[in-house]
Design a binder for this molecule. Structure first.
Ligand code: SAH
Length: 514
């Protein structure tokens, strides 16, 4: 093998769109990619898994422009591998099922570039499955044929319809939408039963998948009437009729809904997981980013003298992580915290503290800064009379923290130290984002037809508004974690839905009730 300083190419199948159908191996390979070369069939959910450090090269068609020609893609893969990069070539479905994977390997082989193939779930079987069509069923067929409607040399493939009809079985045509009239006519002329069930399945496995189920004689007309567009596959065979009984994807509690999630990428993904398990398609659009404040003298001073505090109050999981990272950096651990009590604003923050091996002493019944402040004020007064001095509170939180928590403490003349432990950066418009490699450009909200946007803080609303590319927000349906977040969304004129409580589960409930 030629020495390319460990450069290597992985041809990775991204599956048909639903991010849950991306393989575990594909995800592992993607996690350590230096460069990702991808095209338009790769689903948004999988694109959202590309790590921030990876350089992105888009080789698909953007409106108006042509796709990068195949020989150029081959050259890009070679060039990047020769630079010593770990290159992931991410392709829709499976790389070897009409995915030109073979062509892309030829140049790599010629140049001795090491490579691996990570197969993906092909649309040819998964899209029918998501439409309730088992591509084989022992009662009806004994073979499955996957056929292209287009070939390399000719616009339309030359298909031997007579042999196909003679073989029987289920026929799946990829890239066949423009050739649909010819395909159906070819099959009919070759003697297929005119009422043979046939279906066309558009954007399969996504929230907005559509299907037209008909028969070979009427499929073209019916698909035209429905305005079916590519990407779509055509399935011909008796199994198509089973859809009536077996359809399921749209029937899930959140089936048919595409939801944009604006939380930071590195934040606990339980909201995305819960919504997608209920059938929603998730589009990750991180609208804020948080960064721990590194040279943080006020926090270091507080930790040096940590035992002077009676309570540590946290208002977010990020604050918890930042505090404990600093503690560790200063070569201290929970044993140095003695008998300090802990307060959390809500369940997610409580869970983050408990993960550190500390049980939380105080949590208000409602998630609000004010409720937390009031609760601490009340308890501090009790504690003060017990210990015979004024208790002191440490509040490690966001630099942009409001005075909701601190006002009740001030009102009760309770001593507190408010230290900023992280900064919050709201997303900017793509033009403003300085790096040309902004991952934000992967997802254009306007063109993605999300049905709802979930907001978990006022800053995510502002970050979304600045970066989503819209100038009018009246069509944006916002699901907000609480009144403060909703207040911000209202300013932009969005349609508002508010979860009853400020928890992830309550947001999920809110979606279920829409
Ligand atoms: N390698 C891919 C196929 C690439 S050819 C695979 O294994 O799935 C591109 C064709 O695949 C499209 O024209 C369409 O026919 C089909 N296709 C891919 N994804 C699809 C989807 N989500 N829904 C419907 N058809 C899809």
């Amino acid at each position: 093998m030629r020495d390319c300083k460990n450069g290597k190419v992985w041809l990775v199948g991204a599956g048909p769109g639903d991010a849950g159908l991306f393989t575990i191996k594909g995800k592992k390979v993607l996690d350590q990619a230096d460069v990702v070369v991808y095209d338009k069939l790769v689903g948004q959910g999988v694109l959202g898994m590309i790590p921030d450090q990876a350089e992105l090269i888009f080789v698909g068609k953007v409106s108006g422009n042509h796709a990068v020609p195949q020989h150029e893609i081959n050259q890009i893969l070679l060039r990047e591998a020769l630079k010593g990069k770990r290159v992931v070539r991410l392709k829709g479905g499976d790389p070897f099922v009409f995915g030109r994977g073979g062509e892309e390997l030829e140049l790599l082989c010629k140049n001795g570039i090491p490579f691996e193939i990570v197969p993906g779930i092909t649309s040819a079987v998964s899209v029918p499955a998501y439409n309730g069509i088992p591509v084989t069923h022992r009662d009806f067929v004994s073979s499955l044929h996957i056929i292209t409607g287009h070939t390399k040399k000719k616009e339309e493939a030359e298909i031997d319809y007579h042999s196909l009809v003679k073989l029987g079985g289920t026929f799946v045509f990829l890239m066949g939408i423009s050739a649909m009239p010819k395909i159906c006519q070819g099959l009919l002329e070759a003697g297929i039963e005119p009422d043979m069930p046939a279906a066309v399945l558009e954007r399969g496995t996504s929230a907005h998948q559509r299907r037209v189920v008909s028969d070979v004689t009427n499929l073209t007309k019916d698909a035209e009437k429905a305005g079916i567009k590519t990407p779509a596959i055509i399935v011909v065979g008796k199994v198509c009729a089973l859809e009536k009984e077996f359809h399921w994807a749209e029937d899930r509690p959140l089936g048919g809904l595409k939801i944009a999630i604006t939380r930071p990428k590195d934040r606990d993904s339980s909201l995305a997981d819960k919504l997608s398990m209920l059938g929603a398609e998730i589009m990750l659009m991180p609208a804020i980013e948080t960064k721990e404040i590194k040279n943080n003298k006020p926090l270091e001073d507080a930790i040096h003298d940590i035992r002077r505090f009676d309570y540590i109050a946290f208002t977010s999981p990020v604050g918890v992580t930042a505090f404990f990272n600093k503690l560790r950096e200063m070569k201290k651990d929970i044993r140095d915290l003695g008998s300090i009590r802990f307060a959390a604003i809500g369940t997610a923050t409580r869970d983050a503290i408990e993960k550190m091996g500390i049980l939380v002493d105080l949590m208000p019944a409602v998630y609000s800064g004010r409720a937390l402040g009031e609760l601490i004020a009340a308890r501090s007064a009790e504690l003060g009379s017990k210990i015979g001095r004024k208790p002191e509170i440490l509040i490690p939180r966001a630099r942009i923290g409001t005075d909701e928590v601190t006002t009740p403490l001030e009102e009760a003349s309770i001593k507190f130290t408010d230290v900023a432990v992280y900064d919050t950066f709201e997303a900017e418009s793509n033009e403003k984002a300085e790096s040309g490699n902004s991952h934000g450009t992967l997802i254009e909200f306007a063109s993605e037809e999300a049905d709802y946007v979930a907001f978990t803080s006022a800053s995510t609303v502002r970050g979304f508004a600045a970066s989503c590319g819209l100038s009018n927000f009246s069509d944006v349906k916002a699901v907000c974690i609480g009144e403060k977040t909703a207040e911000e969304a209202r300013k932009y004129g969005m349609e508002i839905h508010i979860s009853k409580e400020a928890t992830i589960d309550s947001i999920v409930e809110c979606f279920l009730g829409l």
